[in-house]
Design a protein around this ligand. Sequence first.
Ligand SMILES: Nc1ncnc2c1ncn2[C@@H]1O[C@H](COP(=O)(O)OP(=O)(O)OP(=O)(O)O)[C@@H](O)[C@H]1O
Ligand SMILES: O=C(O)c1ccc[n+]([C@@H]2O[C@H](COP(=O)([O-])O)[C@@H](O)[C@H]2O)c1
Length: 220
Amino acid sequence: MRRKIAVFGGTFNPIHHGHLRLALDLVQQVSFDQMRLVPCHIPMHREDPSVASRRRARMVELAIAGSPTLTLDTCELERGSASYSVDTLAQLRAEQGGEASISLIMGLDAYLGLMRWHRWEELLQLGHLVVVDRPGYQMPKSGPLADFDREHGAATKVLEQASHGFVVHLDIRALDISATEIRTLTAQGLSTRYLLPEAVRHYIAERGLYGAGDPVDKTY
Ligand SMILES: Nc1ncnc2c1ncn2[C@@H]1O[C@H](COP(=O)(O)OP(=O)(O)OP(=O)(O)O)[C@@H](O)[C@H]1O
Ligand SMILES: O=C(O)c1ccc[n+]([C@@H]2O[C@H](COP(=O)([O-])O)[C@@H](O)[C@H]2O)c1
């Protein structure tokens, strides 16, 4: 059977249950052999994250500690340069060889901006794109992305059958959680409990990230 590897890139500032449950749901639906969480080091598509990549990676590590299926991949930190998904996929393809099925995972909000990504036309030569819905976002019915989606769209089984080249949309449970909301709640001194793992909440509180005040308030 073809080895199936998933690459789930994100700013993870911080990682939350929206990311984690999405990753786990996909591992179970697709039987990925690996699900690699790849924190981006220097994003060129958004403002500099307020927290250094080393710390964002550490929060990923804390979040997945003990998970048998999710792993942290720090390739973008090690590369040290601007973080482009095309480079990450190319590096993984070189490592894994031509047979492996490689899937780049993204939420619909990220997919909507795909045509602004660096060398985005090359992504499907290196892997598949697996897109999951995100509350508040909808696929356009017409336009260049809708055309691209129709041209390359396929059913899940293609992830077994081909190493690259297709776009697959998968249903996962919708969790309306964002890192932006977690940063805002933290800065306002409001509780973020149940939105992200406790170990990550403690890390944020202990280091005063996102304007966190005293260590995690017991009343919250
Ligand atoms: N709740 C969610 N449901 C589905 N996809 C999600 C969810 N949260 C994040 N994603 C996806 O995870 C990837 C990484 O997201 P990212 O780290 O930017 O989190 P975020 O919550 O969107 O952060 P921010 O609010 O800072 O933009 C993206 O592909 C994004 O679409
Ligand atoms: O390669 C690009 O040009 C590119 C442009 C936008 C987003 N990405 C990647 O998409 C992933 C999700 O991005 P974000 O901003 O939602 O965290 C993350 O791994 C980014 O590096 C990549």
